[in-house]
Design a protein around this ligand. Structure first.
Ligand code: FES
Length: 168
């Protein structure tokens, strides 16, 4: 019976992604490379326009010498990873308790109306993806959202409009 060949996937990670992952690996003991998986998946996701394909998750697993299933478990557990293509801007609205008590549903409804999409969807032109997320540790500025790596706090519908106007 012919042997099935496994094609190495590490090559899917760009040179700069690998260099960045190496910096994370160096923070852990040599036999604990897989401890860098959360950072490595984030780096791979950023390289890929904001989402992780199955192949890319497996490339990370291969690079960290860990079972692919373990990398899939991490990628599917945390909401910060997206497993399908996303828009150019990910609008992540926190709806956890502090934000909820301070009006996150009001903010979420406003954004849904403005963009014409529901959480988990992307605008037709591929500009925005809307996500409902858990606490982002900025409860003091509730209600808040994160777009890219930026936090926007003490939101009102007017403030949301100002922020989105600048991104469109
Ligand atoms: S509850 Fe929204 S940032 Fe903590």
């Amino acid at each position: 019976m012919p042997q099935s060949k496994t094609v190495p996937k590490t090559g899917l990670l760009s040179e700069s992604s690998r260099a960045e992952i190496d910096r994370w690996i160096a923070k852990y003991p040599p036999d604990r490379k897989q401890a860098a998986v959360i950072a490595a998946l984030s780096i791979a996701q950023e390289q890929n326009g904001g989402w992780l394909s199955v192949e890319l998750i497996e490339a990370v697993a291969e690079y960290l010498e860990m079972p692919p299933i373990a990398a899939h478990e991490v990628a599917t557990f945390y909401t910060m990873y997206d497993l399908k293509p996303v828009g150019r801007h990910k609008v992540c609205v926190c709806t956890n308790i502090s934000c909820q008590l301070n009006g996150s549903s009001w903010i979420m409804n406003h954004i849904q109306k403005r963009l014409g999409i529901k959480p988990g969807e992307t605008t037709t032109g591929g500009e925005f993806t809307l996500k409902e997320v858990e606490c982002l540790a900025a409860c003091g500025g509730a209600p808040m959202m994160m777009i890219g790596k930026n936090y926007y706090e003490n939101l009102t519908p007017e403030r949301v409009d100002e922020i989105l106007d600048k991104l469109e």
